[in-house]
Design a protein around this ligand. Structure first.
Ligand SMILES: [Zn+2]
Length: 136
């Protein structure tokens, strides 16, 4: 068991997210050795399209929807005070990212939830380390 707990902001960002996925996140924060924050959960079509226009995603939010728009995905980020807070970059922070992935995938397995992690599930489209989504 860790001493970490989700911040109010993180909990707020889980609103509208699939209950199964929320359970996985809540379990993961209890067992991770590295603290993390919820960066994003449910996403509107407008927000998805904004990210699309910035080139962050191939999904435009209208013709092609993201799992975020259905409440089936969350983005998490490691949070380590000693390293300056949120560790957005994978490079140089591999250990922290892997620990969060481990905690999430283990929690999902224990809860019987089929979860995939953006670091591993679609290497062709590029690594998306913060992204965890329910498998269809
Ligand atoms: Zn995402």
């Amino acid at each position: 068991m860790s001493n970490f707990k989700l911040s109010k902001t993180s909990l707020k960002r889980l609103e509208g997210v699939d209950e199964k996925l929320v359970k996985v996140v809540k379990r993961a924060i209890q067992e991770t050795k590295v603290d993390f924050a919820v960066a994003e959960g449910l996403r509107s079509a407008e927000r998805q399209n904004e990210l699309y226009k910035k080139g962050y995603t191939e999904l435009d939010g209208y013709k092609r929807k993201s799992a975020h728009q259905l409440g089936k995905a969350v983005d998490l980020v490691p949070y380590v005070k000693e390293k300056g807070g949120a560790l957005w970059k994978l490079e140089g922070n591999e250990k922290e990212w892997l620990e969060i992935g481990r905690a999430m995938l283990r929690s999902a397995r224990l809860l019987g939830v089929n979860l995939e992690w953006g670091l591993t599930y679609n290497l062709k489209r590029g690594v998306d380390a913060p992204h965890f989504q329910l498998k269809k």
